[in-house]
Design a protein around this ligand. Structure first.
Ligand SMILES: [Zn+2]
Length: 297
């Protein structure tokens, strides 16, 4: 079973607003791999308080991949994995909420919390926040960079293993009476309707995305997940697909399907929006295919 420490940064107070993820793999008693990815959240709404913590700005993630695109890269590693996080309730919550928001299946995985482990193995009246525990253990890292935080979390778990002589994390957690935390699939949410422009204006935060944004997730023929986004460009409507053909600005079968109203491979929970899209187009050509005779990919 792979053991992976995970850390999310979020754009705002919502659990499904991940804007960065860090991962650190533990193998043979040490961290063997570290990855960090920026994520473009479903809504480009960044709370000043969150920006103050992680320093990630909307401009940093404007062209970043979406959660499903980032998660697809790591899904094989995380399926059946034991996850570690410092305050795991938060990170497991972000994971579950993001998967649910995009209508993605939740892989079978369990998590353990290094905050709870540290409280028991390294008790200290000064507290057990990531920076405090890492500081006491002599772990050097850049706090609030997702990859660095995941690394520190992994090192805290490794220190606890050395301290207790436990065989592995599961053994350690059992010995401490800690129950594994499961990422539970939450209710699906269609985020195209979730935040009204009015609420955004009232909050004084500018939504950087066009109003009435339309976004779809689709399953490709090989099982890959793609995200399609509708944009009103100055030269006309554009349906952007994240598949290889779409990225190369060629008309793809996913665009064809949505334009035709074919929802067979739609994995996002917004069938109604397919109809909205069709009404918006209303006979207009869309996307990379204003040129006639371009073959569907
Ligand atoms: Zn496509």
């Amino acid at each position: 079973m792979s053991v992976v420490a995970i850390d999310f940064e979020t754009a705002n107070e919502r659990r499904d607003s991940a804007c960065a993820v860090g991962l650190a793999w533990i193998e043979g008693g040490r961290v063997v791999r570290r990855e960090t990815r920026l994520i473009r959240p479903p809504q480009m709404r960044f709370s000043p308080g969150n920006i103050r913590i992680h320093g990630i700005l909307p401009a940093d993630v404007r062209d970043a991949p979406t959660f499903p695109e980032v998660f697809a890269e790591f899904r094989p590693d995380l399926t059946g994995a034991l996850l570690l996080a410092h305050n795991a309730g938060f990170d497991m919550g972000v994971l579950a909420a993001s998967l649910a928001a995009w209508g993605e299946p939740v892989p079978d995985m369990a998590g353990h919390c290094t905050l709870q482990i540290a409280r028991r193995i390294f008790p200290d009246p000064a507290g057990h926040g990531l920076a405090k525990v890492a500081g006491r253990l002599g772990i050097r890292f850049e706090h609030h960079d997702a990859g660095e935080d995941a690394f520190a979390c992994a090192e805290i778990a490794l220190a606890a293993l050395r301290e207790t002589g436990a065989a592995d994390i599961a053994d350690l957690a059992r010995g401490l009476g800690l129950m594994p935390i499961r990422a539970v699939a939450g209710p699906r949410r269609d985020f195209t309707r979730s935040t009204s422009a009015h609420a955004l204006r009232a909050s004084g935060i500018v939504d950087l995305r066009p109003k009435g944004e339309l976004r779809f997730a689709m399953r490709g023929s090989t099982g890959n997940r793609y995200v399609l986004e509708f944009e009103e460009r100055t030269d006309g409507p554009y349906l952007r697909c994240s598949c290889p053909a779409g990225t190369h600005r060629r008309r793809c079968r996913h665009v064809d399907a949505l334009v035709e109203g074919d929802i067979t491979d739609l994995t996002s929970n917004n069938v109604d929006d397919v109809e909205r899209l069709r009404q918006l187009l209303d006979g207009k050509s869309v996307g990379p295919l204003r040129t006639k005779g371009v073959a569907a990919a």
